[in-house]
Design a protein around this ligand. Structure first.
Ligand SMILES: [Zn+2]
Length: 380
């Protein structure tokens, strides 16, 4: 049997700050192989990005294949002096297990493994398979991770029927919230080009700054929608603004601003770009706009998969999680193109912070919830 607390500690003691793996996947693979998983590793490379190690593990050969997905990479420790413990020491103090990645999301990965091991031991010959899809590139550029891993295993004939991502979804307590969708994310850069000159001779220059200000106003006033049954309203935020470097007596040559749009399931990224261009065009000011899409919005409508999480939480904790689409993006944005996907993991209060930690009781609780999900899933 896998002890999820010991496995969480072993994973935290591998300082796998993206793109480093530091042996984290080896620790996980050894634990999974001991309970019968067949493991495959995939190193992906791409020009200009670091090589990343990934793991796909499967227990059983039958369909349906229920997949747990996640990442072993972690964000940097940040302000080391702000930590009261060694961020990679995995100490347990007063019932809390401390360490970078405890909440996001090494404990959840240990819970995947322990729940799968427990379930398989109690249900030999269960009608299906359990798999783990684990990347080392979620907190980084996400180029050599989940997206390529999904493509690679599909090319090898693997099919995933349903997927549960173990991101920390609970704002305060285990059982608060599961995520059934995510907003999309789009980054834009608007540039207005003028003519640089002396501030005392403005008729010999063309100042781009006030023109950009007018365009920014159009962006800020743009109402994309008012939200829908499952999502809050889409939102655009200005994230940066600057002009060409100069001095107090120089009219700048160019001015530009960056913005980010978090958009709901009312729109594709193409819709958002069209609406943004339409708003900017109304000023009749020449501008240049470049757009980068980080992910499309998606929704797994409440149904069988969300019902499994809700029922499992009720059975184990006596509470029903809210089904939400709030928060940032996750690798679920890639998985949604393959199968229905839902996210449920640890409490998120300390993720990415100093003194990141999870309650030991929650590690046991989440293991039981995942085990209950498997039991109900394979009971049909
Ligand atoms: Zn995460």
């Amino acid at each position: 049997m896998i002890d999820p607390v010991t496995l969480t500690q072993a994973l935290i003691r591998r300082p796998s700050v993206t793109p480093a793996d530091a042996g984290a996947l080896d620790v996980l693979q050894a634990a999974l192989e001991a309970v019968g998983f067949a493991c495959r590793r995939y190193v992906f490379s791409e020009e200009g990005t670091p090589d990343i190690d990934n793991l796909y593990a499967r227990l059983g050969t039958a369909q349906p294949n229920f997949c747990f997905a996640g990442h072993t990479d972690v964000v940097p420790v940040g302000d080391l002096a702000g930590w009261t413990v060694d961020p990679f020491g995995a100490e347990i103090i007063d019932g809390n297990l401390f360490g970078r990645g405890a909440a996001d999301m090494k404990a959840a990965i240990a819970c995947f493994a322990a729940a799968a091991g427990n379930f398989a031991a109690g249900h030999p010959g269960f009608p299906g398979s359990i798999s783990l899809l684990i990347t080392g590139d979620e907190e980084g550029p996400s180029i050599n991770g989940t997206r390529k891993l999904l493509e690679a295993i599909r090319a090898e004939g693997e099919q995933i029927a349903h997927c549960l991502v173990g991101e920390p979804t609970n704002p305060v307590r285990l059982g608060d919230m599961a995520k059934i969708g995510r907003r999309g994310s789009l980054n834009g850069l608007v540039t207005v080009t003028g003519v640089q000159g002396h501030v005392a001779y403005p008729h010999l220059a063309d100042n781009p700054a006030p023109k950009l200000a007018r365009l920014m106003n159009r962006l800020v006033e743009l109402e994309l929608d008012r939200g829908n049954d499952h999502f809050q309203a889409s939102n655009l935020e200005i994230t940066a603004m600057e002009t060409s470097p100069g001095a107090e007596n120089v009219i700048p040559a160019w001015a530009r601003c960056r913005f980010n749009v978090r958009f709901n399931s009312d729109h594709t990224s193409e819709d958002v770009e069209r609406l943004v261009r339409h708003a900017l065009d109304r000023e009749l000011i020449p501008y240049d706009l470049t757009i980068k899409i980080s992910g499309e919005s998606f929704l797994t409508p409440p149904g069988k998969l969300s019902g499994l999480i809700v029922d499992a939480c009720r059975a184990v904790l006596g509470v029903e999680p809210e089904l939400s689409t709030t928060g940032g993006t996750s690798d679920a944005r890639f998985i949604k193109d393959y199968c229905p996907v839902i996210e449920f993991g640890m409490a998120s209060g300390t993720m990415h912070k100093v003194d990141e930690r999870v309650a030991v009781a929650d590690i046991h609780g989440l293991t039981r919830i995942y085990e209950e999900v498997l039991r109900r899933y394979f009971a049909g």
